[in-house]
Design a protein around this ligand. Structure first.
Ligand code: FMN
Length: 197
């Protein structure tokens, strides 16, 4: 508690971490994907609602199913990546609140019958969990390539046909080849993006 990470850790998570476009052939084990979830799942969500549903596409069959939904610019690298995570959110997350938020028996009723609140809560918290997944992957030595350039409807039809889970974004995972990197783009300085009142 309260311990500051060293520079090597900060570089791995933020300063040296990049969005990768080219992948080495090195595979990613299922054991590593499980370790990834063990970290990512600990990130905070409202009422601990944890709406993320992650589908790790590894098999050639799964990749072939994903391919038609991808934008042209994302297809080749996604087919080459050892793993593509479909980061989705579960619109029935509130059914699990008696388990996830046991100290408030009312929690399920905040959402049941309120589809707009369900959708915004699932999308907000599912997106946060996707970000936790990226940082957890980097912490475990994996590189990431997040993507929104795909047809969500096609992905949902191909992978989540019961309509309960919706895709949010995709994230290629593996060991990146720096040869495929673009130059680092600028970021806002504190005064351009932040205020203190
Ligand atoms: C939610 C999300 C969606 C993105 N969609 C795409 C995409 O469809 N195709 C792509 O090539 N890059 C995509 N990117 C990558 C961004 O362009 C990249 O992360 C950004 O330029 C910063 O690059 P850096 O991490 O190397 O500094 C996406 C990133 C995020 C977080």
């Amino acid at each position: 508690m309260g311990k500051i990470l060293d520079d090597a850790a900060l570089d791995a998570l933020f300063r040296g971490a990049r969005t990768h476009n080219k992948w080495r052939k090195k595979p990613v084990s299922d054991t590593l994907l499980r370790a990834l979830w063990e970290l990512a799942k600990m990130g905070p969500t409202s009422a601990n609602c944890s709406p993320a549903h992650i589908l790790f596409v590894k098999s050639p069959e799964g990749k072939a199913r994903l391919s038609p939904a991808l934008s042209e610019g994302n297809r080749e690298k996604t087919m080459a990546a050892p793993v593509t995570a479909i980061v989705g959110y579960d619109l029935e997350f509130y059914e699990k609140l008696p388990f996830l938020f046991p100290h408030n028996a009312e929690a399920r009723s905040w959402f049941a019958g309120n589809p707009e609140l369900v959708r915004t809560t699932a999308f907000r918290n599912g997106s946060l969990q996707g970000a936790y997944l990226i940082l957890a992957a980097r912490a475990l030595g994996l590189d990431c390539g997040p993507m929104s350039g795909f047809d969500n409807g096609k992905v949902d039809a191909a992978f989540f046909p019961d309509g309960k889970v919706k895709s949010n974004f995709l994230c290629n995972l593996g060991y990146g080849d720096p040869a495929g990197l673009f130059p680092r783009s600028p970021r806002f300085a504190f005064d351009e993006a932040c205020e203190i009142v």
